[in-house]
Design a protein around this ligand. Structure first.
Ligand code: MG
Length: 382
C-alpha cells in the first residue's frame, strides 16, 4: 500500500463532507486529513471531526473562539477567506463539498497552488468555468455523480470520437405531477432517490440542478452545448452516458449513493474496494429513460441558453437561483416562482451582450447585480 493521500475537505459538515469522512474512516491506511473547513452552522460537528481525524488546522466562517474552546490545541483560522486559506494547503487532493458559488474562490485558491481538486461544488464551474478550467483539465476531478460517470465513460474512447453526452436526471419528486402550483417546502425536500443537502434537493425538484449540470459538463469536458443532452431516468442508477460516433453508448451504473463518486475522486480516480454497494443482479431491474418535458420544467432550456451566451450569464443564472431557492425555503415565494424569478433576472441583466469574465472580482460583480434584481423580484411577488 502506498503512503496515505493528504486530503483537505472544504464543507466538511455538509452532506458531501460527512460522506467523505466516512470513506476516510473506513480506509484509514489510504487517507490523512490535513485540513478541514466548514461554515458556521455546526461547530460541534466540525470540532468532533477535527478531533477524530487529528486534523492540524481548521477553518470556519463561524465563531473562532467557540471552536477553539471545543478543540483545544488545534490551529483555527476564521473569516470569509478561511476556506480559501485551507484550500491552499499543499496536499494531494482538496475536496470541495461547499454549497453555492461561494465555493469558487476556494476552488481557485486550491488550483493556484497546484493542488488537485475533487470538485463537488458545481457552482465553481457554472459561475467561473473559464477561470477554473484555465488551470487545465488534469487538476480537476468531478464529484457530481453525472460528471463522475462522464469522466469514467470518456475513458472508453477519444475526445474526437464523442458524438454526444447524455446526462441523466431522476426528474425529482414532481416528475409526473402536472400541476406544480401548490407545492410545499416539505414536498420539494422529499427526493425519491437521492438523499442530499436542501439546496441541491430543491434544484432537483425544479430541474435547475440539471441545467447547472449541463453548464458544468460544458466546462469540464470542453463539449459544445449542442452535444449535451439530458434525459429523465427515474431509477437514478445509470449516472450518465457517452455516445460515440460509431453508434456505441457507454454508461456508468451503480445504485444512487454519492460515496462511489466521492471515493473515486478523492483517491485520484482509483477504485476503493466496497466504496458503494453494487447493483444486485440476482434481482430484476427495470431502467426507464424518457425526454424532459421542457414546458413543465423550463429551467433546463433556460440554463442552456445562458450557457450558450456565456460570459457572466451562467453566474447571473446561478446567483438568481440561489436567491430564489432561499426565498422558497423561507416561505416567501411559491415553487413555480423559483424559475420565473431566475428567468426574469436573466432577462433584465442579459439583454446586453454578455459580459466577459476574467477574474473572481468580475464574477462577484455580476453575481451581486443578479442578487439585487432577484431579491427585488422576490419582494414584488411575495
Ligand atoms: Mg448531480
Amino acid at each position: 500500500m502506498p503512503s496515505p493521500l493528504d486530503l483537505v475537505i472544504l464543507g466538511s459538515t455538509g452532506s458531501i463532507g460527512v460522506q467523505a469522512l466516512e470513506i476516510v474512516e473506513a480506509n484509514p491506511e489510504r487517507f490523512r486529513i490535513v485540513g478541514l473547513a466548514a461554515g458556521s452552522k455546526n461547530p460541534e460537528l466540525l470540532a468532533e471531526q477535527a478531533k477524530k481525524f487529528a486534523v492540524p488546522i481548521v477553518g470556519t466562517t463561524g465563531d473562532r473562539a467557540r471552536l477553539i474552546s471545543l478543540l483545544g490545541n488545534t490551529q483555527v483560522i476564521d473569516g470569509s477567506e478561511a476556506a480559501s486559506q485551507i484550500a491552499a494547503i499543499a496536499c494531494d487532493v482538496v475536496l470541495n463539498g461547499m454549497a453555492g458559488s461561494i465555493g469558487l474562490g476556494p476552488t481557485l485558491a486550491a488550483l493556484a497552488v497546484g493542488n488537485k481538486v475533487a470538485l463537488a461544488n458545481k457552482e465553481s464551474l457554472v459561475a467561473g468555468g473559464d477561470l477554473v478550467m484555465a488551470y487545465g483539465r488534469d487538476q480537476i476531478i468531478p464529484v457530481d455523480s453525472e460528471h463522475s460517470a462522464l469522466y469514467q465513460c470518456f475513458l472508453s474512447g477519444k475526445a474526437s470520437e464523442v458524438k454526444q453526452v447524455i446526462l441523466t436526471a431522476s426528474g425529482g419528486p414532481f416528475r409526473d405531477r402536472l400541476d406544480l402550483s401548490d407545492i410545499s417546502v416539505a414536498d420539494a425536500l422529499n427526493h425519491p432517490t437521492w438523499n442530499m443537502g436542501p439546496v441541491v434537493t430543491i434544484n432537483s425538484a425544479t430541474l435547475m440542478n440539471k441545467g447547472l449540470e449541463i453548464i458544468e459538463a460544458h466546462y469540464l469536458f470542453d463539449i459544445p452545448y449542442s452535444k449535451i443532452t439530458a434525459v429523465i431516468h427515474p431509477q437514478s442508477v445509470v449516472h450518465s452516458m457517452v455516445e460515440f460516433i460509431d453508434g456505441s453508448t457507454v454508461a456508468q451504473a451503480s445504485p444512487p449513493n454519492m460515496k462511489g463518486p466521492i471515493a473515486y475522486a478523492i483517491s485520484g480516480t482509483n477504485r476503493i474496494p466496497k466504496a458503494t454497494a453494487p447493483i444486485d443482479w440476482s434481482k430484476s431491474h427495470s431502467w426507464e429513460f424518457s425526454p424532459i418535458d421542457s414546458a413543465r420544467f423550463p429551467a433546463v432550456d433556460l440554463a442552456r441558453r445562458c450557457g450558450e451566451l456565456g460570459g457572466g450569464l451562467p453566474a447571473i443564472f446561478n446567483a438568481a437561483n440561489e436567491v430564489a431557492v432561499e426565498a422558497f425555503l423561507n416561505g416567501l415565494i411559491s415553487f413555480a416562482q423559483i424559475v420565473d424569478i431566475v428567468d426574469a433576472t436573466v432577462q433584465k441583466l442579459g439583454g446586453n451582450s454578455p459580459i466577459s469574465i476574467t477574474s473572481l472580482a468580475d464574477v462577484s460583480a455580476v453575481e451581486n447585480d443578479s442578487r439585487i434584481i432577484a431579491t427585488q423580484l422576490v419582494q414584488e411577488r411575495k
